[in-house]
Ligand binder design. Structure first.
Ligand code: FES
Length: 103
């Protein structure tokens, strides 16, 4: 699948916040940072915690379980105890909708 999947309304992702949603059976997190939308897997790479229940600070999401952090722009791990990057997905906004490339 190399196409774009219509995932959400742009307006459903609150400013400077994170939401969780399931798209095509995947548990994903969507972030709004200064009006730009980013998408990653929702389950932390360190343990079974959902990043949508964490704390978004700038471009970093802090996991609610052990406070590890990822850069939401590319999924890179930025703070222990997470060491493994989280998968991130290309995003485009069109007609007020958020499209993800889940390929
Ligand atoms: Fe996310 Fe441990 S489960 S930091």
């Amino acid at each position: 699948n190399t196409g774009w999947t219509d995932a959400a309304n742009f307006d459903d992702v609150p400013a400077d916040d994170v939401i969780g949603l399931v798209v095509e059976g995947r548990d994903l997190a969507l972030y709004n940072v200064d009006g730009s939308i980013y998408a990653t897997d929702n389950i932390c790479t360190h343990g079974h915690a959902r990043l949508c229940e964490g704390f978004l600070e700038g471009h970093e999401i802090e996991c609610p379980l052990h406070q590890g952090r990822f850069d939401v722009r590319n999924g890179a791990s930025t703070c222990a105890p997470v060491t493994e990057a989280i998968r991130s997905y290309p995003v485009k906004i069109e007609g007020g909708r958020v499209f993800l490339s889940l390929g």
